[in-house]
Design a protein around this ligand. Structure first.
Ligand SMILES: NC(=O)c1ccc[n+]([C@@H]2O[C@H](COP(=O)([O-])OP(=O)(O)OC[C@H]3O[C@@H](n4cnc5c(N)ncnc54)[C@H](OP(=O)(O)O)[C@@H]3O)[C@@H](O)[C@H]2O)c1
Length: 253
């Protein structure tokens, strides 16, 4: 039977590499993004199914859940045999906010920045997982992409990612008895993504690499391989955790 995987935010960067990793193992993979053109082109390039969905929009997420029932070459029955069932959910959608509104008061600007970060980096994963949790049978995995920013100097972005890790721990306690694992992968600096909107200064990049122990940037493959491991049969006793993948830039001791 086919393993069914949904990766949100998979038109570029970490999500795209993760979708490609599962697709390479003949999984039935669904990807999302907010823009029809990039969703369609990425799905075609990877040989997966694309669905346009803004993870922060409850109506769009509900529609995504409904569409999973009808898509896929085998009717998307997942390895558990139920229509619309999922084996792996990867919440990768997120990132830094783009341009913020102009001509607003300082307090309104702070409100907009925090609201956007909480929506993008916390609520999107919460909404998507809530909409799909009943489709996760024993043996399934929920993997959410956090950030090293949750551990230090993260501001509104880091606070949202820290909340994501706190939510994940509670989710793990809820779904663990049903045989579902729930983990956060917390990357350090990862190259070949659109995360910095093309605006990472050379000095900042050098500093981010310098603070690692292995003196290299992270790659999207570093994260995709970690997600693939967490979804596998050898990781069933790992749940409720935040796995730091950062070359030693942040250590837990
Ligand atoms: N790159 C790093 O150094 C780094 C480090 C730590 C953590 N992270 C985290 O890694 C995750 C993936 O980011 P990335 O680095 O791979 O950046 P990226 O290349 O910008 O990828 C982000 C992906 O998410 C999609 N997306 C954004 N908001 C979305 C939404 N509301 N609903 C659905 N899709 C959405 C984007 O497509 P559209 O814009 O077309 O929707 C894109 O496909 C993020 O959660 C980010 O916070 C990245």
């Amino acid at each position: 039977m086919t393993c069914t995987v949904l990766v949100t935010g998979a038109t570029s960067g970490i999500g795209r590499a993760t979708a490609a990793r599962f697709a390479a193992e003949q999984a039935q993979v669904f990807i999302t993004g907010r823009h029809a053109d990039t969703v369609e082109s990425t799905a075609k390039e990877l040989g997966v199914h694309g669905i346009v969905c803004d993870a922060t929009d409850p109506g769009a997420v509900a529609a995504l859940a409904a569409r999973l029932d009808g898509l896929g070459s085998d009717g998307n029955s997942g390895s558990h045999g139920k229509p619309g069932s999922l084996d792996v959910l990867v919440n990768a959608a997120g990132g830094l906010p783009g341009a913020q509104p102009e001509g607003v008061s300082p307090l309104e600007a702070v409100h907009a920045e925090w609201q956007t970060n909480l929506n993008q980096n916390l609520l999107g994963a919460v909404l998507t997982t809530t909409a799909l949790r009943d489709r996760l049978a024993p043996g399934s995995a929920v993997i959410s992409i956090g950030s090293i920013g949750a551990e230090r100097r993260g501001g509104s972005y880091g606070a949202a990612k820290a909340a994501l890790a706190a939510w994940n721990a509670a989710l793990s306690a809820e779904l663990g008895p049903h045989g579902v694992t729930c983990n956060v992968i917390s990357p350090g600096y990862i190259e070949d993504t659109n995360f910095f909107h093309g605006g990472l200064a050379a000095e900042r990049r050098t500093a981010l690499i310098e603070e690692t122990h292995n003196k290299r940037p992270g790659t999207v493959a570093d994260i995709a391989e970690t997600a693939y491991f967490l979804a596998g049969a050898n990781a069933r006793h790992i749940t409720g955790q935040t796995l730091h993948v950062n070359g030693g830039a942040y250590t837990t001791r």
